[in-house]
Design a protein. Structure first.
Length: 296
């Protein structure tokens, strides 16, 4: 049976663990820096899955045929470096982190120097509901070879975009400038519109210049995503800002989205309020009650 090591047991790592087990494709080991905190999401996932934590990232990776890295974006390079002492020669290293092209290249250098086969991967949708059938973009000199065996790891939709490391990351993060930026814009616009009592007029005006849609429902979906996942999205947008800067462009919009997404995470409980307007009202009520909320 194939041996898979998961570095990071958050939302994505848990899906990999569950699906690989269910398909009978692999034995799984796991490590997450958050295992030190019994209340962390990673620790809760390990308990739910009856997954004994490995003692370290290198112990998890020892003997693995595939290492899946799914950590916070800023830890992309550190995660790669943490497994290299025990990485088996020829082992695949599947880097799923939403990190900038420069960080992906640094991670690739560490893995390749240790004799592993680095594969850049960009997840181009939420991991649910399609799970391992979600669309993945692959990059790097080993991407085509990995695509040939991806099905043996349960991956149903992979597409090689380049032999160079960084193009898949650039694709995902430039997309994130639009998607997470739109989430931030809708949040800020509708919070303000609700204060002035013009939210209906604003929503009804959007199809005049944007594609026809139920914009209240669209806004509700995007705002809920920011509220629930704002911290993770803010970290991803920091990497998007780094990507923009690597291109020689000042990342004004990306940095603003970092702040708005991080801010939204403070009011995550509002996501359960109900409709779009009820969520907006719940956020505004929480803002009014938050004595630490700055005036600007």
């Amino acid at each position: 049976m194939t041996a898979v090591a998961l570095v990071g047991l958050g939302e994505v790592g848990r899906v990999f663990a569950e699906d690989l087990r269910a398909l009978g494709l692999a034995s799984v080991t796991a490590w997450d820096v958050a295992f030190d905190d019994p209340a962390s999401r990673a620790s809760r996932n390990a308990a739910d899955l009856d997954q004994p934590p490995a003692g370290s990232a290198s112990l998890a990776a020892a003997g693995a045929d595939l290492v899946v890295s799914a950590v916070t974006p800023a830890q992309c390079v550190a995660a790669a470096q943490s497994v290299t002492p025990a990485l088996r020669g020829g082992a695949w290293y599947f880097d799923l982190n939403s990190s900038s092209p420069g960080h992906k290249q640094a991670a690739a250098a560490a893995v390749d120097a240790a004799g592993g086969r680095y594969v850049e991967a960009a997840l181009m949708s939420p991991i649910s509901p399609r799970r391992l059938d979600s669309p993945f973009l692959l990059g790097g000199p080993h991407a085509s070879a990995f695509a040939d065996v991806a099905a043996s790891f349960g991956l149903g939709e992979v597409r090689v975009v380049s032999d160079d490391v960084g193009r898949a990351a650039a694709t995902k993060l430039c997309r994130s400038v639009v998607v997470k930026g739109l989430e931030s814009l809708l949040m800020e616009s509708l919070l303000t519109a609700r204060r002035f009592g013009v939210e209906r007029e604003v929503l009804d005006s959007l199809p005049n210049i944007l594609p026809p849609a139920d914009w209240e429902a669209v806004a509700g979906y995007f705002i809920a995503r920011s509220l629930v996942h704002g911290q993770r999205r803010s970290q991803e947008m920091a990497e998007a800002a780094a990507t923009v800067a690597e291109a020689g462009i000042r990342p004004h919009m990306s940095l603003a989205a970092v702040q708005r997404q991080s801010w939204a995470a403070r009011y995550s409980k509002a996501a359960a309020a109900g409709s779009t307007i009820q969520m907006i009202d719940a956020v505004l009520d929480a803002v009014d009650a938050d004595t630490g909320e700055p005036p600007t």
